[in-house]
Design a protein around this ligand. Structure first.
Ligand code: CDP
Length: 225
């Protein structure tokens, strides 16, 4: 009976990948990797070092950055050259450039190799944009989460309410559409469901229901359903 070891979850901005992925990983005793933090970390590094948004320079920046990821109950903690930068990764400056940084083929090559090296160490749930199509193209389970722009903007706005990253709902929605557009129109590994991904429309589902659905897919795949 095949045993599930790799679960890929992709989807657009604020589709619930991270919260769902983490909960699935906890339920199954798998490790969890949010690949988005790596693109955010390279973006922060580029901003801090005045690196132009251009493939060669950013690729060098990605390969020279000493990134290390650690799991904590609050989420993936990220160290850049030894400094914990987790709390900077959702700053508006980073959000403003991350999709352009992530569109660079060279940056993706460097980060995908790191993600695949992490996955080689054992069972994992990985979330992102190209996990089912590129990073773990032969993942045992592939889920692609969908939700309407309005629902996603509401979720992201609510997440940020009362924090120093709070902005208007309209601003959240505009930034989200902007990133989705760049992510799905880039030449290098554009955001799209893998052919064999199960698309889950989450608009009318609770987080618990989405988590259950992904766990069900894993059980079906292992022959335990
Ligand atoms: O959490 P949210 O959906 O806002 O974004 P994220 O998963 O942290 O990803 C931030 C950005 O990194 C995305 O908008 C993509 O441009 C890029 N990304 C990517 O290109 N490939 C991935 N596997 C993950 C993120």
């Amino acid at each position: 009976m095949p045993k599930v070891a790799t679960i890929a979850i992709d989807g657009p901005v604020a589709s619930g990948k991270t919260v769902v992925g983490r909960r699935v990983a906890d339920a199954l005793g798998f490790r969890f990797l949010d690949s988005g933090v790596m693109y955010r970390a390279v973006s922060l590094s580029a901003l801090r070092n005045g690196v132009p948004i251009e493939d060669d320079a950013l690729t060098t920046c990605a390969s020279d950055s000493d990134l290390s990821l650690g799991d904590s109950p609050e989420g993936t903690r990220v160290l850049l050259d030894g400094e914990d930068i987790t709390d900077r990764l959702r700053d508006p400056e980073v959000e403003g450039v991350v999709s352009r940084v992530a569109a660079m083929a060279g940056v993706r090559r460097v980060l995908v190799a790191k993600q695949q090296a992490v996955a080689a160490d054992g069972p994992i749930v990985m979330v992102g944009r190209d996990i089912g199509t590129v990073v773990l193209a032969d993942a045992d389970v592939k889920a692609y989460l969908l939700a309407s722009v309005e629902e996603r903007a509401k979720r992201r706005h609510a997440e940020r309410a009362g924090t120093d990253k709070e902005t208007s709902l309209e601003a959240v929605e505009a930034a989200l559409k902007d990133r989705d557009y760049i992510d799905s129109h880039r030449a290098a590994s554009p955001l799209r469901p893998a052919e064999d991904a199960v698309v889950i429309d989450t608009d009318s589902l609770t987080i618990d229901q989405v988590v259950e659905r992904v766990i069900e897919l894993a059980a079906e795949r292992s022959g335990n359903a």
